[in-house]
Design a protein around this ligand. Structure first.
Ligand code: ADP
Length: 594
């Protein structure tokens, strides 16, 4: 819900074509306020939670009740004329609208159900109570489906294909093509496709919002819809969540928290707290394992911890009490380093601290003047594994639990894949792995073959990062982000050009695989996909290249028996897969002979 609300707040000063159609604008200013988009998003979320599992009729009745109640509470939030009438009417009936209101309020439907069918059904119901026109329903269903697919790890390409196939929206235009002629338009038909395009083009949560606002028009609603999908795809940076909470009322915050708990994200750490309570009561090994399991589950749900910390003096100095009011955003001129709070125990050990909820954080605030930052449990625990401290104490001011480094390792080990090699036929950019290896050229700036495919799928962000890397030597490996790919990383390596009878090329090809795996290990990557390096324009005979690839990869896996690496050898076509198969046979026959 943060995504929709942030889009609304950030877009609100620029609504009615008031902006300059630029991506470059201050995210928050004095006019950044929540509007009808937020109020109705909250109303729909509350109704869907209240009526979960009930009949269509009951869900609709609850939607009508909730929307009218919230509308009554915030009468001046900026509703359209017909909707205002509906809010006041003694007998509220659908009015065949195709306004974008059905899409701006629907986001909760994208999160609360387990299948696309259920998601679309709920989205349809949220529209039908007012926006019963076919286009009004379509706008809501399309938005909710995009959220559902994004939060279930589908790629942007897959989401785009689904939306085109199911809803026939035109997603062929770029934002640069849409922008010049785009004007304020409150219909679903002229808002939803544009918002989805902004989501597809943006390269991070914030960039999606900026892209949507840059289109102009009804841009708080555009950004609300685009932001709701971007949240599901990227997550929302903790700093923006904090900004969002500062700008909404307590009753809205209460629904956000209830919603987060219901869908098991931030705010859903109660599972950890109750596992700790049981452990404290029982203190047996099984209960200990249950705490680790609760943390692991929350980690997968992208749950967050509050991390108590001390603000550096520079941050305190920055705040001039004469001019800065509560709720203002202050931007630092320098990078600030917050000191994480640590505790020392009698046995000489030092511990980082993590807190599961606002409530637990308040217990500490009673005694210590500490700030806190919100961070992904996954990122935090990953950091703890290599930090100099001995581990983490969870909720040190309440019912505490000490999580040693060994225990953190256990949590991560549970998810480790087995060391294994797989073969997949198809396009490498479509694979769901942590890292895709690119058989790049020396400049890393994009070329043909697999390199071109990866650059096209990853988008301009990859090109920009590659520009900074200063190229790559043959057999070397370098790493960048994955940008629009579903892979988090791209590992770039340059294969040798084949020269018959030259032993050096063999070594260089081996280096490509070996160095890519070493670099992956350094970045804690556990699933990686390789193309058949050098077998395209660089002309390496496929059989020979396949043998070198397999020998190197299996050698590396043997050398790292406990690491847990799933290696996918991506074959562009069936022919390559057969070649790998025969290389496997060849290699195992060789072993048998020995
Ligand atoms: P190189 O310059 O290393 O030979 P190429 O890109 O020309 O690199 O080709 C490497 C291999 O990758 C070839 O066997 C080619 O068929 C295959 N390939 C090309 N595009 C893709 C793709 N999108 N996904 C997987 N493999 C691909």
């Amino acid at each position: 819900m943060y995504g929709a609300i942030l889009g609304d707040i950030i877009g609100s000063p620029y609504e009615f074509d008031k902006g300059d159609k630029t991506r470059d604008f201050p995210l928050f200013g004095k006019d950044s306020k929540f509007t009808d988009d937020t109020v109705m998003t909250v109303a729909v979320a509350e109704a869907l939670m209240n009526a979960k599992g009930q009949s269509d009729g009951q869900i609709k009745a609850e939607l009508i009740r909730s929307m009218r109640q919230w509308g009554g509470k915030y009468p001046g939030a900026g509703y359209g004329g017909s909707f205002r009438e509906w809010l006041k009417s003694d007998d509220p009936k659908p009015y065949n609208s195709f306004g974008n209101g059905s899409a701006m309020r629907v986001s909760a439907a994208g999160w609360l159900y387990d299948t696309t069918e259920e998601t679309r059904r709920a989205a349809r119901l949220t529209a039908e109570v007012t926006h019963s026109h076919r286009e009004g329903i379509k706008g809501a269903e399309a938005t909710a489906s995009a959220i559902f697919l994004a939060r279930n790890d589908h790629t942007k390409e897959e989401i785009k294909e689904y939306i085109i196939k199911e809803f026939h929206y035109d997603l062929s235009r770029t934002c640069d093509e849409i922008r010049p002629a785009y004007k304020h338009d409150e219909t679903c038909q002229k808002t939803v496709p544009e918002a989805i395009t902004a989501f597809l083009e943006g390269e991070s949560f914030e960039d999606v919002i900026r892209t949507a606002v840059s289109l102009g028009g009804d841009c708080d609603t555009l950004a609300c819809i685009a932001g709701s999908i971007a949240e599901a795809f990227y997550g929302v940076p903790a700093a923006l969540m904090t900004e969002c909470r500062k700008r909404v009322t307590d009753d809205i915050k209460a629904v956000i928290d209830r919603f987060d708990a219901a869908r098991g994200r931030a705010g859903g750490n109660a599972v950890i707290e109750s596992a700790i309570s049981e452990f404290k009561a029982g203190k047996n090994e099984k209960n200990f394992a249950a705490v680790l399991e609760a943390i692991r589950v929350r980690m997968h749900e992208k749950g967050q911890f509050f991390i108590p910390c001390r603000a550096p003096q520079a941050a305190v100095d920055m705040i001039d009490p004469g001019t800065v009011k509560v709720g203002d955003t202050v931007t630092a001129k320098e990078e600030l380093h917050f000191k994480l709070e640590t505790l020392h125990t009698n046995d000489g050990k030092t511990w980082l601290c993590a807190v599961t909820s606002e409530n637990e954080m308040n217990k500490c605030r009673n005694e210590h003047p500490l700030s806190s930052i919100c961070t992904d449990i996954y990122e935090f625990l990953k950091f703890c594994r290599t930090a100099k401290e001995d581990g983490v104490v969870i909720n040190p001011w309440g019912e505490y639990f000490t999580l040693s480094k060994d225990a953190i390792k256990l949590i991560f080990d549970f998810d480790k894949p087995e060391n294994k090699i797989y073969f997949e036929v198809g396009d490498i950019t479509k694979l769901r792995v942590d890292a895709i290896v690119n058989a790049a050229n020396r400049t890393l700036l994009g070329g043909g073959g697999v390199d071109g495919a990866i650059h096209r799928a990853a988008g301009p962000g990859l090109l920009e990062e590659c520009r900074k890397l200063n190229g790559c030597g043959t057999g070397e490996a370098k790493i960048t982000g994955g940008y629009r790919l579903s892979a988090k990383y791209v590992i770039h390596t340059v294969g040798p050009v084949y020269r018959a009878g030259d032993a050096k090329c063999r070594d260089q090809l081996r280096d490509c695989y070996f160095n890519s795996l070493e670099l992956a290990k350094k970045h804690d990557i556990h699933t990686i996909a390789f193309p058949a390096i050098s077998t395209g324009v660089y002309g390496y005979p496929k059989q020979e290249a396949a043998e070198i690839a397999l020998k190197t990869v299996s050698g590396w896996l043997h050398g790292n028996p406990d690491y847990g690496m799933a290696v996918v050898m991506c074959c562009y076509d069936e022919e390559m897969k057969k070649i790998y198969q025969s290389a496997v046979d060849e290699l195992s026959a060789g072993k048998d002979k020995k």
